[in-house]
Every structure is written in structure tokens, then in C-alpha cells.
Design a protein around this ligand. Structure first.
Ligand SMILES: Nc1nc2c(c(=O)[nH]1)N[C@H]1C(S)=C(S)[C@@H](COP(=O)(O)O)O[C@H]1N2
Ligand SMILES: [Mo]
Length: 324
């Protein structure tokens, strides 16, 4: 997203690589066709329990996608990534993120909140209901995917931490461990580590906002932000911060990574908006991955990434050309 954050052409996808995903889709159709959903629920409950023995996960599917939008093949969603801690290339995270150790995973909770301290993330998730959400993911580089996530509504997690009445924003910080994250040892990213993102508290509490612990019915792969990451589907992908180790509540707007790096290019809000173009990428349309032999699958971009009906009210009265 800096000058070096340019998108390469999406790799040609061999049909052999798509097999696993088409069987995933067929299983879904089968389950839906039976009118039960039980098979899928059991399948995901089983894999969610793999996350941690301590996690008593129950699965409540709630899908917000129109049925004609196709899920991006798992192979693509887990091999074409942005995770600059492992390099700026799209293939770097899948190649190097295994160097990050995710067990144990401690998380610091601080600021305007009752339940301050350091916790194992599984402790924070204990007893919360894991849901499936199929969401569009729209990168500011103008490519997009459709991904089935599993996770807990962020609101459920934050509520149990008990923000004080002074809390207006919540900040999230990614792991900073240069020994295991080679991009943090490199000068090329230009990023002042660690990666920080944040939301207004009402955005964080919105029912669409997810703390994801899995995708495609499996634990999150490291390159997608293991063991847990944010998913905010109506905002550009850079708001969906990965591998979170700090949750901080504050009165003031956080200084977030991309906004600090280039404030004229990346706003704090970063709501998907086809009417406000980035200096290098028109945001009017997007390439839905994967493309095919016959073209790049370009589709129009929708305000709030298609979630306007649910979230536009959060911004009533705000000038979204100024607060981009
Ligand atoms: N810590 C961290 N989180 C991050 C990023 C990053 O570089 N570091 N990249 C962001 C960007 S630009 C996008 S588009 C999404 C990509 O998520 P995905 O690789 O799971 O598709 O992660 C976001 N979260
Ligand atoms: Mo992105």
C-alpha cells in the first residue's frame, strides 16, 4: 500500500488446486439441501474444538452473503496475502508465517477497561459462541475475495472485558517478534512496527465485527493472522488486523499504522467507498479473485462493501469524503 505495496497479477490457478474448495462447496450445498445444517455445524464444532481444549465452542451459522456470490477457493485465500510482518510479496506470508510461534498466545488488556491484565487468548474466548460468517474482503489495492470465517462477535468479547464509560475507541496491536517475523527485520516495508489498528467503540461493538479464530472450518493459518484476527467487512482490509496481542481502550482516536504512514492515502475510518479514490487505485471497481483464463473478473465496488444497510447508520451526519 506504500509505493512498494503494489499488486502483482493473480497467479493462474490450476484446476487441480480448486478441488478441495469445490468439495467444501458441495458439502455446503448438500447440507443446505437437506434443510438441516447439522452436518456443517458438527463439522465446524469439531474443528473449532481443535483450537483449544479449553474452548467450549458452539456454532451458530449466520451468513450474510447473497447465495450467488462464490466463495473464494481456500487455496487462494491462504496463499495470496498481505501480512507485511513476513514480507511485502503476496506469497511471502504463506512461505514464512510458519516461523511465528503461536502457543502460548498471551494478550494484554489495558486502558479504560475494568478487566485489565494479561490473559491467554483461550481464556478470553472461554464460553463464547463461535459463529460462521461468510464475508466479502475488499483490499484497498482493489482486489477482493469471499471468505467463510469462524469466530466470535467482537462485541461479546469486549463486553466481558467491561470498558469504562470513558472508553470511546479500542486499539489492537499485532505481535512484535522480529526473530520470527522476517518483515520486521527488514527496512523495506517502511512500517514502524508493531502494526496497530483501531475502531471507534460503536464500530467495534457492531454485530458484523468479528474476532476470527478460523476460516474454511479450520483454525486460522498463520499467514491469515493466527491465532486470532479482526474481520471488519465494511472497511478496507488493512483495518482487519492480524495476530493480535494487545487490546487497549482509550478516550482518543488511536494512531494507526497506515494512517500514520500516509494520512492522505489511508484514513482512520477506511470504509469501503467507490466514490473516494486512492491516489493509485480507483476504488470504483475491484478484481474478485480468482480471475479466470478469460479475464480478471472485474465487478463494481459497493458503498460499505455491500454492508451499508447494516452499518451506514454508524456514520449518520458525517462527511465520508472528509472522514475517508
Ligand atoms: N498485522 C497485520 N495485519 C494485517 C496486514 C498486515 O500487513 N499486518 N495486512 C492487512 C491487509 S492490507 C489486508 S488486505 C488483510 C489481508 O488479509 P488476508 O491475508 O487474510 O486475506 O490483512 C490486513 N491485516
Ligand atoms: Mo489490504
Amino acid at each position: 500500500m506504500s509505493k512498494r505495496h503494489q499488486h502483482s497479477q493473480s497467479a493462474a490457478i490450476k484446476s487441480s488446486e480448486i478441488t478441495a474448495e469445490s468439495s467444501y462447496l458441495n458439502r455446503r450445498k448438500l447440507v443446505q439441501g437437506l434443510g438441516l445444517g447439522l452436518g456443517l455445524r458438527a463439522g465446524i464444532a469439531a474443528s473449532a474444538s481443535l483450537l483449544s481444549g479449553a474452548l467450549q465452542a458452539d456454532i451458530a451459522p449466520s451468513n450474510m452473503m447473497s447465495p450467488d456470490e462464490e466463495i473464494t477457493p481456500e487455496k487462494i485465500a491462504t496463499s495470496y496475502n498481505n501480512f507485511y510482518e513476513f514480507g511485502t510479496g503476496k506469497e511471502d506470508p504463506a512461505e514464512y508465517a510458519h516461523e511465528m510461534s503461536i502457543a502460548p498466545w498471551q494478550v494484554e488488556v489495558s486502558g479504560e477497561v475494568e478487566k485489565q491484565g494479561v490473559f491467554d487468548y483461550t481464556e478470553l474466548l472461554q464460553g463464547l459462541t463461535v459463529e460462521e460468517r461468510i464475508y466479502r474482503l475488499r483490499c484497498v489495492e482493489a482486489w477482493s475475495m469471499v471468505i467463510p470465517w469462524q469466530g466470535v462477535p467482537l462485541a461479546a468479547l469486549l463486553q466481558r472485558l467491561q470498558p469504562t464509560s470513558a472508553a470511546k475507541y479500542v486499539h489492537f496491536t499485532t505481535l512484535h517478534r522480529p526473530k520470527e517475523m522476517r518483515g520486521q527485520r527488514s527496512f523495506f516495508s517502511g512500517i514502524d512496527w508493531p502494526y496497530v489498528e483501531g475502531l471507534r467503540l460503536d464500530e467495534a461493538m457492531h454485530p458484523l465485527t468479528l474476532m476470527a479464530t478460523g476460516m474454511y472450518g479450520k483454525s486460522l493459518p498463520n499467514q491469515n493472522g493466527a491465532p486470532w484476527r479482526l474481520v471488519v467487512p465494511w472497511k478496507y482490509g488493512f483495518k482487519s488486523i492480524k495476530s493480535i496481542v494487545k487490546i487497549h481502550f482509550s478516550k482518543r482516536e488511536p494512531k494507526t499504522t497506515w494512517n500514520q504512514l500516509a494520512p492522505s492515502e489511508y484514513g482512520f475510518y477506511a470504509n469501503v467507498n467507490p466514490d473516494v479514490s486512492h491516489p493509485r487505485w480507483s476504488q470504483a471497481s475491484e478484481r474478485r479473485l480468482p480471475g479466470s483464463l478469460f479475464g480478471s473478473n472485474r465487478i463494481p465496488t459497493l458503498p460499505f462493501n455491500g454492508y451499508g444497510e447494516q452499518v451506514a447508520g454508524l456514520y449518520a451526519g458525517m462527511n465520508l469524503k472528509r472522514h475517508y
